[in-house]
Unconditional design. Structure first.
Length: 215
């Protein structure tokens, strides 16, 4: 855990995870980047509008027998709507995401695109134009491109493992396989790969959630 004073207002800003490099001050909404030599504020994040999500920063849960905590949130917009991406870190310091859209949840973890000197995906992200139905080989698993979205970051809060300023644009590519899914994010001609599965609300055993009638 690292605690700094916000350069803008002096309020404490906590980085709970060693992999977190970016945070939004909960007091003044300053965007803060954590560097090796300290922290730097570089603007303000607009306050995210309230939604009906039962999740919130500080919620804790269990996934496949391993505890995790939610440390940050991205609000991602696309042409037909928006969804939440909750940054989670497990008790073993593994970073992942809990995606939430229309009452459905999917948990995934980032997978390095290179393994033993080999690329997991044979694609040039600078030139690739994915098409629905296209087959993509990821290591020894075969997926099919199920959906392609042009996305925009509508806002963020808490702490995150990368810079997530408002207006950040990327391409989100959903890949479907047998009983599992993967997601590719292409940002500035580079890719990030996430693999995971859909999860049920009861399965997550969440605590410290937002009190909402009916949950």
């Amino acid at each position: 855990m690292r605690v700094f004073n916000c350069p803008s207002c002096g309020a404490p800003v906590t980085f709970h995870a060693s992999v977190s490099v970016y945070a939004v001050c909960a007091h003044c909404q300053s965007m803060i980047l954590c560097r090796d030599v300290g922290i730097e504020a570089f603007g303000k994040m607009a306050t995210l509008p309230p939604d009906m999500s039962p999740l919130r920063i500080g919620a804790q849960g269990v996934l496949d027998g391993v505890g995790f905590a939610l440390l940050g949130r991205l609000r991602i917009g696309w042409r037909d709507g928006a969804w939440n991406e909750w940054f989670m870190v497990t008790e073993h310091a593994r970073k992942g995401w809990l995606a939430e859209a229309q009452g459905f949840f999917a948990a995934c973890f980032e997978v390095p695109l290179e393994h033993d000197g080999q690329n997991l995906i044979d694609r040039d992200f600078a030139t690739w134009k994915p098409k629905a139905g296209e087959r993509v080989q990821v290591g020894d698993q075969t997926y099919e491109v199920a959906d392609i979205k042009q996305t925009t970051c509508l806002g963020s809060e808490g702490e995150l493992p990368f810079l997530a300023n408002r207006g950040r644009q990327a391409v989100s590519i959903d890949l479907e396989g047998t009983a599992r899914f993967a997601s590719l994010e292409v940002y500035q001609k580079t890719g990030r790969l996430y693999q995971g599965r859909y999860v049920g609300w009861d399965e997550l055993k969440l605590s410290n959630i937002r009190p909402l009638e009916g949950w």
